[in-house]
Design a protein. Structure first.
Length: 339
C-alpha cells in the first residue's frame, strides 16, 4: 500500500508538470535518475537534453529529474513502463527482475578488464537482443552508461573474503547480487541508494558495495572509512525508454533521438574517469577514507561458482556468456573485434 501511495503522489506531480508543458504546446519528455547533478550521468543527460532541444526544440521539452526526485529506481522503472515518464537510468540489477537475460551482467568477475567490459557493451550484435528483450514489458534499453567497478566499502577493513563473514552489506536489488553476497559470506541487504547513508549511520548495515563515486556523491565516506578494491563487478547503468513513446516517433525523429543517445553515452563515459579520480582524492584527503588493495584472486575463488549456477538455471545465457569469453580472449591477445 505504501508503494502504491508513493506512486500516486508521483503521478499527481507529473500531471502538474505535464500541464506546464502543454501550455507551451510541446511534448514534455521526463527523464529520471538517482544521482546528484554533479554526477557524470546527470552531465550526460543534460547534454542529451541540449542536443534534442537544439534539433527538435519546437516540439519537445526535455526535463531531467536527478536525485530520485520522481521516486526510487524501482518506482521510476514502473512509471516508465506505463508511460508516466519517458526515460529512466536504471541499474542492471533492477532490470534482472523484468527479464532474467540481464543476469548476465550481474555475474561477478565476468569481465577481465575495463577494455573487455567496454568492448562487450559496445558490441551491438550481442547487446541489441538484450536491450530489446523487455519491449513486451513496456520499455527497452537505448544505451548503456559507465558505472565503473564495484568494490566493498565498510566500517572495518576488508582484506580477505573472511572479513565479510556476518557483515550486513547493502547490495542492489536482484537475486544474483544476493546470491553473490551469500557466497562471499556476508548478509545481503537489498535497498535503494537513497536509503544507504542513513542505514550506514544507524548501523542497520555494516557496509555497501559500489564504485568510488558513492563515497562522495552520496557522502557514504562520511560514515565508512575503508574502501577495499576487490573489484567484484563491472555492471552498466542503462537508460531505458517507454516502448510506446519510442515506437511512436516518426523515423526521422527516432534517428535524432538515437544520435542523442550516443551523445549522452559519449559525454557520460568521457566524464567518468576524471570524476573517479576526483572522488578518490576527496575521499582520501577530506573524508579520511583508507583505500585497500587485497588479493583479488581470493575473492574470485569464492564467487566464480555462481557462473555455473546461473548458466545452469538460465540456459539462454550460455551463448551470450560464451561470446563474452571469446571477446575477452581476443582482447587479451591484442585482437580487435569490430563486429
Amino acid at each position: 500500500m505504501k508503494r502504491i501511495f508513493k506512486l500516486l503522489i508521483i503521478l499527481g506531480c507529473l500531471l502538474v508538470f505535464g500541464a506546464c508543458g502543454e501550455k507551451e504546446n510541446k511534448r514534455v519528455i521526463r527523464i529520471a535518475h538517482n544521482q546528484i547533478q554533479e554526477h557524470p550521468t546527470h552531465i550526460g543527460l543534460v547534454a542529451f537534453e541540449k542536443f534534442i532541444e537544439e534539433k527538435l526544440g519546437d516540439k519537445y521539452d526535455v526535463q531531467v529529474f536527478p536525485n530520485e526526485l520522481l521516486g526510487s529506481q524501482i518506482n521510476t522503472v514502473e512509471l516508465t513502463q506505463t508511460g508516466a515518464i519517458d526515460f529512466v537510468v536504471a541499474s542492471n540489477a533492477i532490470l534482472e527482475s523484468f527479464d532474467n537475460i540481464y543476469q548476465i551482467f550481474n555475474l561477478p568477475y565476468l569481465f577481465n578488464s575495463p577494455e573487455h567490459y567496454q568492448a562487450v557493451m559496445d558490441n551491438e550484435g550481442l547487446i541489441t537482443p538484450i536491450f530489446t528483450s523487455t519491449e513486451k514489458a513496456g520499455f527497452e534499453a537505448v544505451t548503456w552508461l559507465n558505472a565503473g567497478q564495484r568494490s566493498f566499502y565498510t566500517k572495518k577493513p576488508i582484506n580477505t573474503p573472511e572479513d565479510l563473514k556476518g557483515l550486513k552489506i547493502r547490495v542492489q536489488q536482484g537475486a544474483t547480487n544476493i546470491r553473490m553476497m551469500e557466497l562471499f559470506g556476508g548478509a545481503a541487504t537489498p535497498m535503494g541508494l537513497a536509503e544507504v547513508y542513513t542505514a550506514l549511520q544507524q548501523g542497520v548495515i555494516d557496509g555497501a558495495e559500489n564504485n568510488e563515486l558513492s563515497l562522495t556523491t552520496t557522502k557514504h565516506g562520511e560514515v565508512v572509512k575503508f574502501y577495499s578494491y576487490d573489484m567484484h563487478q563491472m555492471v552498466p547503468d542503462i537508460l531505458i525508454g517507454n516502448s510506446k513513446f519510442l515506437n511512436g516517433l516518426p523515423a526521422q525523429e527516432r534517428e535524432i533521438f538515437n544520435q542523442g543517445f550516443k551523445v549522452l553515452s559519449k559525454v557520460q563515459r568521457g566524464a567518468w574517469e576524471a570524476s573517479v579520480e576526483k572522488a578518490k582524492h576527496q575521499a582520501k584527503n577530506e573524508m579520511n577514507v583508507q583505500f585497500i588493495y587485497p588479493d583479488v584472486s581470493l575473492f574470485k575463488a569464492k564467487v566464480l561458482p555462481l557462473h555455473g549456477e546461473v548458466l545452469k538455471a538460465n540456459p539462454k545465457l550460455k551463448p551470450i556468456y560464451d561470446k563474452i569469453q571469446e571477446i575477452g580472449a581476443m582482447i587479451k591477445e591484442g585482437i580487435t573485434n569490430d563486429e
